[in-house]
Design a protein around this ligand. Structure first.
Ligand SMILES: Cc1ncc(C[n+]2csc(CCOP(=O)(O)OP(=O)(O)O)c2C)c(N)n1
Length: 405
């Protein structure tokens, strides 16, 4: 009889900045001072975009929104590692990744406002994917395409801990491994899938080891450490560009609600939440930057003002675009030729709604065309010359608790 071990595996955990912001020099990625400050600005912009988007929903000015609060390091640190022409394939909580990729805030808000312009495929970013776990298949397909065409490029897809229980995610990793797809599977393990905690999601010790079954590399990183994430994402993308897909598990925490329709106080305690508050990715990184002499109170204040001003402009722009929406357009983007039943509904809608005119091709301008003025991007567009933001929208009613009242 033969009885021997035929496979073994291990999973590495990477951290460059500890919870107090102390650096492990050996793990620090090569990043210039300007890039460090840009990482910080993007994380702060993302956090504030979430706050403003939730406030808009609470005031009835927008629809459902999924905040990524607490996950800024995981998203900014990984999205920045992609080349601009490499595909980012998101789930539905990736505002920070979109902003890092240069998407304007107003486009994210249009998505939450229910406008199809918000889902426009602009640059190399897929639109948000609502069905859990489907988008890794798209990334596997893109990555296989790169393998076939011999391009040194990779696609990076985001999904959550809950998504790893979906067959689609395993199938995507398996096919990527089998076909040498240039893909990075970036799992943000934020500890919750709506009300299902990580502990009951799966019995595996780590999510990264799910890569083993697909024959691809799996690595774990402190997802609240933006420099650790950047380092791991860079390595993973380099490996994937050569045709070896990688699964990254970023350990983080969903600090806020699942979406604006959720109330996490029903299923988790404030003690659990404050445990992760102490590991806040922005506080940690700010401590590091202050230690390095790159940030002081004045600079923090300037960045804060610039973000407030950018958001005030972008929210105005989002509302202008929204106010020009022709409601009957909702009938126009499902079928190439509108079927008779939908035509009938469209006529009824038009009769009953005064402004329900059906847009012609010319009237149905894209959001970009609708919104006047120049493009305002999330990335690298901090205008130094502006004074303190005067944001008429910022008011006490915006300070909405994230416990989902
Ligand atoms: C196929 C599918 N099943 C169920 C849902 C409902 N749903 C939306 S989000 C979610 C949980 C997702 O959790 P996770 O993958 O951990 O991502 P997170 O929301 O934490 O970012 C579920 C079950 C869905 N949108 N799609």
């Amino acid at each position: 009889m033969v009885r021997e071990q035929v496979a073994e595996f291990s999973v590495e955990y990477v951290q460059a900045l500890d919870e107090e912001g102390n650096a492990d020099e050996a793990e620090l990625p090569d990043v210039s001072d300007d890039e460090l400050l840009e990482l910080y600005r993007l994380m702060r912009l993302s956090r504030r975009t979430d706050e403003r988007a939730v406030a808009l929903q609470r005031r009835g000015e927008s629809g459902t929104y999924a905040p990524g609060t607490g996950q800024e390091a995981a998203q900014v640190g990984s999205a920045i590692a992609l080349e601009p022409d490499e595909w980012m394939v998101p789930s539905f909580r990736e505002s920070a990744a979109f902003l890092t990729r240069g998407a304007p805030v107003h486009r994210l808000l249009w998505y939450a406002m229910g406008m199809e312009e918000g889902a426009e495929v602009a640059d190399a970013n897929f639109p948000p994917a609502i069905p859990v776990g489907t988008q890794p298949l798209h990334a596997a397909g893109i990555g296989w395409g790169h393998e076939i065409s011999g391009e040194r490029k990779a696609a990076l897809t985001y999904f959550g801990d809950g998504a790893t229980s979906e067959g689609d995610v395993y199938e995507a990793m398996n096919v990527a491994g089998a076909l040498d797809a240039h893909a990075v599977f970036f799992c943000q393990n934020n500890q919750w899938a709506i009300s299902t905690p990580r502990e009951t999601q799966t019995r595996t010790e780590t999510l990264a080891q799910k890569a083993v079954a697909a024959g691809i590399e799996g690595v774990q990183v402190d997802g609240n450490d933006v420099l650790g994430v950047l380092s791991v994402a860079r390595d993973a993308l380099e490996t994937a560009r050569e045709g070896d897909p990688v699964f990254v598990e970023a350990l983080t925490f969903r600090r806020s609600m699942h979406t604006t329709s959720d109330d996490p106080s029903v299923y988790r305690t404030e003690e659990q939440e404050s445990e992760w508050e102490a590991r806040d990715p922005i506080v940690r990184f700010e401590a590091y930057l202050r230690d390095e002499g790159l940030l002081d109170d004045d600079r923090v204040e300037r960045i804060t003002d610039e973000i407030e001003e950018l958001l005030a402009d972008e929210i105005d722009r989002a509302k202008e675009g929204r106010d020009r929406v022709v409601p009957a357009e909702m009938f126009d983007h499902v079928f190439a030729e509108t079927p008779p039943e939908l035509q009938r509904q469209r006529e009824t809608f038009r009769r009953e709604e005064g402004d329900g005119e059906v847009a012609t091709a010319e009237e149905g301008m894209s959001g970009e065309e609708r919104a006047a003025g120049g493009e305002v991007t999330g990335r690298g567009d901090v205008r130094e010359d502006r004074e303190t933001a005067e944001d008429s929208e910022t008011s006490e009613d915006e300070e909405v608790s994230d416990r989902g009242e």
